[in-house]
Design a protein around this ligand. Structure first.
Ligand SMILES: Cc1cc2nc3c(=O)[nH]c(=O)nc-3n(C[C@H](O)[C@H](O)[C@H](O)COP(=O)(O)OP(=O)(O)OC[C@H]3O[C@@H](n4cnc5c(N)ncnc54)[C@H](O)[C@@H]3O)c2cc1C
Length: 298
């Protein structure tokens, strides 16, 4: 039987609000729609991918899988944790396994009494619940264990069994899910590369610095990277100096998030009795000191 403890992030939520998760805005804002509208005027091509990158001091030549080649002033690799751009331009630093598995889903209900991001802690595991728009709830179960393959068939039943000892609020959430396909399962990994750019090829988001999800900041950091990169490109004299400025501005903040994520994972692995006592006594303060440095604009 797993002993569980409930930890509400309400004080942090009240102070820092939706920064904990881009989808936590409960004002009906659909983030995907915002992104799609924002990029409507940007020329784009679908159905092809990058297969080669060669650059000289002024241009990058990109070879695509449909046989075409394009020449660009700058290439931005925003292609996630298994980035092809990273592999082609900066050598293939493979993601590192974090020794944890995660099951994520969005349920069409709001469990009774859930008004803020809440964690239910078990032994080397937790279940998090986060209210999102239109009365729905984002749920994520995290277990520190060796990587496993959890086939889609029967996944929901196994998820329910895995977290059966967790409180009512989790049970209400899990019971409202109906299909295996609603549950996304992945092994937790992170990326730690020294260089985020070479010449005129630059990485942003998970491609540069995927992190353990325990700070809930990966998406936020990816969006901040994009904003800062746009800012420095507008103001710097050359592309090269803009990319240096981008790294100088972003590294400290991203490193903080990565370090705090690891620290949070380590405290999750502590014996529950010690961890729970520490959280009861200093949980709010710990959350506050973890997130406060992220409040000023990046
Ligand atoms: C379990 C879990 C929980 C998380 N919780 C949170 C949270 O609460 N808050 C938060 O802010 N972050 C969270 N994150 C992190 C967040 O999901 C990522 O940090 C974020 O999605 C990174 O954004 P990105 O744009 O860099 O990469 P991605 O979101 O991975 O996007 C990369 C895109 O590139 C595309 N792509 C890949 N390769 C190619 C190619 N060769 N050609 C063309 N396209 C390609 C992919 O299809 C994808 O659409 C969580 C992550 C995990 C694993």
């Amino acid at each position: 039987m797993t002993s569980t403890a409930r930890f509400s992030a309400r004080p942090t939520w009240k102070r820092f609000g939706a920064m904990l998760h881009p989808s936590s805005a409960s004002n009906g804002l659909n983030f995907t729609q915002v992104l799609v509208a924002g990029t409507a005027a940007v020329p784009h091509r679908l159905g092809t991918s990058i297969i080669s990158l060669t650059q000289n001091s002024s241009r990058v030549a990109v070879g695509f899988s449909d046989g075409s080649v394009g020449k660009y002033d700058l290439v931005v690799g925003a292609d996630g944790i298994s980035s092809t751009v990273r592999a082609l331009a900066l050598g293939n630093a493979s993601p590192v396994d974090l020794g944890a598995m995660n099951w994520r889903s969005v349920a069409p209900i709001r469990p009774r009494g859930l008004t803020a991001l809440t964690f239910l802690l078990g032994d080397r595991s937790f279940f998090g619940l986060c209210p999102v728009g239109e009365g729905r709830t984002y749920g994520f179960g995290y277990v520190m264990q060796t990587r496993l393959r959890d086939p889609q068939e029967g996944r929901l039943e196994r998820l329910r069994a895995r977290f059966a000892a967790f409180g009512d609020v989790v049970q209400e959430y899990l019971i409202s899910l109906e299909r295996d396909e609603q549950v996304h399962c992945s092994a937790m990994e992170w990326v730690d590369v020294d260089d985020w750019f070479t010449g005129r090829v630059v990485l942003i988001g998970d491609a540069a610095h995927a992190s353990s999800p325990l700070m809930g900041q990966g998406g936020c950091m990816a969006m901040e990277d994009a904003c800062v990169l746009a800012e420095v490109l507008r103001s710097a004299a050359t592309v090269e100096s803009a990319l240096s400025d981008y790294v100088v501005r972003r590294k400290p903040r991203v490193t903080w998030v990565q370090q705090q994520s690891i620290a949070a994972a380590e405290s999750l692995g502590m014996p529950p009795v010690i961890r729970n006592a520490a959280l009861r006594e200093r949980g709010d303060q710990m959350m506050h000191s973890r997130f406060k440095p992220l409040v000023p604009a990046p």
